[in-house]
Unconditional design. Sequence first.
Length: 217
Amino acid sequence: MLGNQQVAGLLASRICHDLVSPVGAIANGTDLIREIGNGDVRDEVTMIGQSASRASTLLQFYRIAFGSANGEDAELSDTELRRHADRMIASEKIQLEWDLAGTMSIPRASGRLLYLMLMCARAVLGLRGRITIRATSDGAVDIALWPKGVTPGAVAQPNENLLALLAQKPKLDDITPRLVEFALIHECAAAARARLNVTQHDGGVYLCASTALATTQ
């Protein structure tokens, strides 16, 4: 099993990897502006703005997905959850659909679990497809995903190797920094008093983390 130090190392590597690009672009943009001087710098300013926005999105998302579930912000609003997730996960290739029980707040531990499930879902899809999220105020989270172009009733082709990492706690050799969410999700589910359940039917893959399934682990 993964030790705490090993997970911490993987986690640090993952965060650094994802932040290097936008932060590097910000640095490059400022260098270009310095070289150009008083000329037309609209493109460079646009580069800096986009990179800064991306870095901020990553930090806000990772703060929930990888941060402690304790503290003064013990609950998260559905508005906050959707905003950060849409900015982080949704793209031209990934479509997010939300089914939330009206205006609500959910426990931070459940919000963290939801974000880790979204990261795992995106990896399982291969960065192309549709993800539907349902969450309730009691902390239950259900995510359904379909590969690109697959509709209910068709045969889904998810990444089976990654689905296997959701079925049980992975070993160190199975995890790289890019897959650190698969190392964290099981402990996070236990902290949220939920058990992960992965099924495939109707052409889709379903990830369920319901408090109704909670057991002593």
